[in-house]
Design a protein around this ligand. Structure first.
Ligand code: MG
Ligand code: MG
Length: 237
């Protein structure tokens, strides 16, 4: 899983350095595909329930699952969530980041920072002996303290020889509930944080999830293992 995670991290680095006004989201997909090919990795996104690409590209009020397209051209001031996955030797990695395109507003920068901080807070709860809902409670506490709302309909998940394994890992809820966390468990923690209301709306393409109120949304994710020495993030270089 470390190997798969490092491939995902490279997909992040290569797409991140290409993000600029004028680039299409399909071009970002091609860049991510090149990384998979070069590293001998398979895509866990491509053909997943028919998904047509190796990354999800979700700009502005799109929360998750946006389909890369030649007709989606990034504009100065946009924010864009890029979700990437890879399989190496049968093991999966899954991680997302949100970046600004050109110059973004202070409000956009702040919601990205708070969402990143909420992910860090969730990861810090991935300690042997804690309970599953300690993770989501930590995410929710940071996000709501920033004045934002947490998406309920989409959640994180365990990950291993499949991308989505049980249990689900919500980004909200009371602390101290659910299964006990144990060393060796690996989760993809992925806060989806809205500037306005938490409700979501699915577009006609059957994939793209947007905020119901049109407000900005930020999505970040890592694949992390619980170890005897604390959490180990796999989807970093
Ligand atoms: Mg993901
Ligand atoms: Mg995921």
């Amino acid at each position: 899983m470390r190997k798969a995670g490092r491939v995902v991290a490279e997909m992040h680095a290569k797409t991140r350095e290409a993000i600029r006004p004028g680039i299409t989201t399909m071009e970002l997909d091609r860049i991510a595909r090149d990384v998979l090919d070069k590293r001998g990795a398979r895509s866990n996104f491509l053909n997943y329930h028919g998904f047509p690409a190796v990354i999800c590209t979700s700009p502005n009020d799109m929360i998750v699952h946006g389909i890369p397209s030649e007709t989606v051209v990034l504009q100065d001031g946009d924010i864009i969530s890029i979700d990437c996955g890879a399989i190496i030797e049968g093991y999966h990695g899954d991680a997302a980041y949100t970046a600004g395109v050109g110059d973004i507003s202070p409000e956009a920068r702040k919601i990205i920072e708070v969402t990143e901080a909420s992910l860090v807070a969730g990861i810090q709860q991935m300690v042997d002996g804690n309970r599953l809902t300690d993770i989501g409670h930590a995410v929710q506490t940071i996000a709501e303290a920033g004045g934002y709302s947490v998406v309920r309909e989409y959640v994180g998940h365990a990950i291993g020889t499949a991308m989505h394994e049980e249990p689900q890992v919500p980004n909200y809820g009371p602390p101290g509930k659910g299964p006990k966390l144990r060393s060796g468990m690996v989760f993809a923690i992925e806060p989806m944080i809205n500037m306005g209301r938490p409700e979501t709306f699915l577009l006609e393409d059957g994939w793209s999830v947007v905020t119901a109120d049109g407000s900005l949304s930020v999505h970040v994710e890592h694949t992390i293992a619980i170890t005897d020495n604390g959490p180990e993030i796999y989807t970093i270089p």
